[in-house]
Write a protein that binds this ligand. Sequence first.
Ligand code: TRP
Length: 448
Amino acid sequence: MSAPRGQFSSNFGFLMAAAGSAVGLGNIWGFPTNVAANGGAAFVVVYLLLAFMLAYPVLMAELSIGRYARRNMVQALRGIATGPVSRGVGTIAGFGGILVASLILSFYAIVAGWMVAHLADPFANLFGASETAAWLTGDSTARNFTFTAIFSGLTMLIIASGVEKGIERWSTLLMPALIILLLMLIAYVLFQPGAMKGLEAYLIPDFSKLSPQLLLSAMGQAFFSLSLGVGTMLIYGSYLSKQESLPRLGALVTLIDVGIAFTAGLLILPAMYVAQEAGTQIYSEAGELIAGPGLILQVLPAMFETMGTSGHFVAIAFFALMVIASLTSSISMLEVPVAFTIENLGMKRRPATLMMGLVIFAISTVIIFNFEALFGLVISIATEYGQPLLGVVLCVFAGWIWNRDQLLMELKEGHPDIEQTVFWKIWPWYVRIACPLLILAAFAQTVL
Ligand code: TRP
């Protein structure tokens, strides 16, 4: 039907790619922001619990279905279906995954475009081009369009090069760079006046803030951060060799994701209080910590400006970090529709990438030109409705529909003694019952 399927060349390559997908704006922006808005460490504790108890099991469902089927989500779910009804549901969910992945990329590319523009800003400043700098950081439709186009183009370039030469190569290059930049920035910020107050706000829990709302935010955050529901992890699993232990790799991906989110908190929260010390307002009129775009695009840049020339370099490091994190995530989103077009429509990778990339860029463009009306709406449809509902379908397929012996055989590949592990004693029941119920309960909360 099509060219031979791509595959990750090594265990490490898969790990960097999957961790690269997981670690993104969700970790470095979303997580610290949620922490700031939800009682500091109380949110951290709930998040850690949910990441391992809810997100990890769903991640395992995606990885094992993907590696077993060696196909995209549409084909994979149809492949394990047992009758016309489950085939129908599998087909719908598969296409739903492609649609939601594309919608997520359409808004993600806009936000990532802001990061590219802010990365260019300190260069403009260093060269004294203050008008250009103002345009780069001003909020205009032209600026948004230009930088979304640049970022989408970069994403397409990597995906056009394939699994091993594109996704794997760039992830193994960029992920270590990301960690180094993050640690350097933390080391710098922690020595600035005010940083310790931020650490306190981050690490001392205020459990009076615990609420159903907090649980909901933590669940959404965990699902988004582990790239769940839309077939991203499923397709990465499908490129993984049968010699690796899935439960182990899945646990490592979760650990890296959670670890980097936590580490990013050590940067962002202290940075907020350093900004306050330098005279920037970090609480809104209503007395809440400034969280959304204002935090990353105003509070932090304002702080960089108080640092003089060295501030330009800190800003470059910070926004380079954001661009890298975004890029290793956006490629994993684009791979979802591209893999489908290659496998089901028989297209070659390059034209498939160009076509899907342009379709998604067209959606971004519609959002950019109707920003007020569409930006929040698309985020909410994709992440509050799409991801959880698709997550439930994936759990049902892994837990109820997929033949138990086949599932066991798949997990035994790369982990021959899986039957004796705690994982095998708990997980199959867990994805069957606990996960769908927990997700649905949370979803009911959102809808009501
Ligand atoms: N996990 C990434 C982040 O935290 C975003 C991401 C990549 C994603 N692929 C995804 C989110 C698929 C949802 C679905 O930024």
